[in-house]
Ligand binder design. Structure first.
Ligand SMILES: Cc1cc2nc3c(=O)[nH]c(=O)nc-3n(C[C@H](O)[C@H](O)[C@H](O)COP(=O)(O)OP(=O)(O)OC[C@H]3O[C@@H](n4cnc5c(N)ncnc54)[C@H](O)[C@@H]3O)c2cc1C
Length: 393
């Protein structure tokens, strides 16, 4: 019977990062299972913004620890993650000036390079932008975006180099417990005995959690993006932007296009019946919102788009935990559409937890799975009106 020290279920950014960090910490027999191919879930579809601006300290810390890895990826992991230091601007409507200033101050306290900027500075960083409706804005010169597929492939390759085994086209069908703790994983290619399982299965995690009696209120959602070719007169590369006025986010894509997403129209979805294409109505909505900030995009040719699946948790924050009722079971669950940028640190923290008995890089207590049962779902005082909006992308 094959066995492993740790079995990781899911070959996205979270699973591959965890596999790499476990192998780097010297765990000899790590097996990663992926039902399809690497980055075939949310990761491969990600907008992959890498920004530090959150409305709470913990998520900013996770993003900041991850940024250090993105910035020095070849030395830390090996290979390329496609990180581009395009800079990042967070825009919020009037009424949230103080909240933004407090968030920026919190981020500066932990060492993040960010500051509040004026409307004129937004216009300078984003030439041609309409700025009259901006309440306040923050800038992070060292942030940007990465290539989510390259990042995942590189984590996987590095994990393999360090001795981990990757089993692609291999689905975990059941987590087997014995005496109420993890004992094995049943897969489409046979059973693997193991005392430790990490579930990083994205929108498909429900299939594995339900038989264990675990229900955290997670719901798969289909989310889309659309790409627009730069129109004539548009002056080159721009920073990544989250615009809470228009519920819009965008960043450069390739050499002459912008990838954009709008928040609206997110719906529950069946993860086994995903339509990967972008809806025509969504493209029109993206163009309209993008043009509201950068009017020149009103006449930008559409160059494609796609849909992917995220898993929302009830409070829009991930669950990252050793599930207390099932010893040996760890989870990165409910990515909530915001967990590519934090995957490097999430993987490191989970590996530390498994090897040292607790995470060392960032305290993960706020992400505990029991917060809902305790009646303490996540709440940020300094959110920007819609709590979920502040954490998306
Ligand atoms: C359109 C879009 C835009 C986004 N933009 C951003 C952004 O700008 N910044 C950001 O930080 N985040 C963003 N996100 C969110 C981010 O991509 C996800 O939070 C992150 O990629 C989640 O990674 P993961 O590895 O946890 O899950 P996934 O990437 O979903 O990986 C889960 C993997 O598990 C596999 N799997 C599932 N069940 C099994 C099983 N039983 N056995 C074996 N394998 C299994 C799946 O095939 C899949 O490959 C975006 C997401 C989308 C869809």
């Amino acid at each position: 019977m094959p066995s492993a020290d740790v079995v990781i279920i899911g070959g996205g950014a979270s699973g591959t990062s965890t596999a790499f960090h476990l192998a780097a910490l010297g765990v000899p027999n790590v097996v990663l299972l992926e039902r399809r191919y690497l980055a075939s879930g949310a990761t491969g579809k990600s907008g992959s913004l890498v920004r530090m601006h959150y409305t709470n300290e913990t998520e900013s810390r996770l993003a900041f620890e991850s940024l250090k890895i993105f910035q020095d990826f070849d030395a830390v992991v090996g290979g390329h993650c496609g990180f581009e230091t395009a800079g990042f601007i967070q825009i919020v409507p009037s009424g949230y000036e103080r909240a933004l200033a407090r968030n920026v101050e919190r981020q500066r306290q932990i060492g993040i390079d960010t500051r509040v900027i004026s409307r004129d500075e937004v216009r300078r960083l984003l030439p041609g932008s309409h700025v009259d409706d901006i309440g306040a804005a923050a800038h992070e010169p060292g942030s940007g975006f990465a290539d989510p597929n390259a990042t995942t492939f590189a984590f996987a390759e590095a994990a393999k180099r360090l001795g981990a085994t990757l089993k692609l086209s291999c689905e975990a069908t059941r987590i087997i417990t014995q005496h109420d703790r993890v004992a094995a994983v049943e897969t489409t290619q046979g059973r693997i005995d193991t005392p430790v399982v990490v579930v990083a299965a994205g929108a498909w995690a429900g299939h594995l959690l339900q038989p264990l009696g675990l229900d955290f209120g997670l719901t798969p959602h289909r989310v889309q993006i659309s790409i627009f070719r730069w129109p004539p007169g548009f002056a080159g590369r721009h920073p990544a932007v989250i615009d809470a006025v228009h519920r819009l986010w965008f960043r450069p894509e390739g050499q002459a296009s912008t990838l954009a997403g709008v928040e609206l129209g997110v719906k529950h979805a069946d993860p086994d019946l995903l339509d990967e294409g972008v809806d025509p109505g969504y493209v029109a909505r993206c163009r309209e919102k993008l043009a509201a900030r950068l009017p020149v995009f009103g006449e930008a040719p559409m160059r494609g788009g796609w849909a992917g699946l995220i898993m929302m948790s009830p409070d829009g924050r991930p669950i990252i935990d050793q599930i207390p009722s099932v010893p040996g079971l760890y989870g990165m669950l409910g990515d909530s559409g915001t967990s590519f940028k934090t995957a490097p640190a999430i993987g490191r923290c989970l590996a530390e937890w498994i090897v040292y008995g607790k995470p060392r890089t960032v305290d993960l207590t706020p992400f505990r799975s029991t917060r809902f049962a305790e009646g303490q779902p996540w709440h940020d005082e300094d959110n920007y009106g819609t709590e979920r909006l502040t954490i998306s992308r």
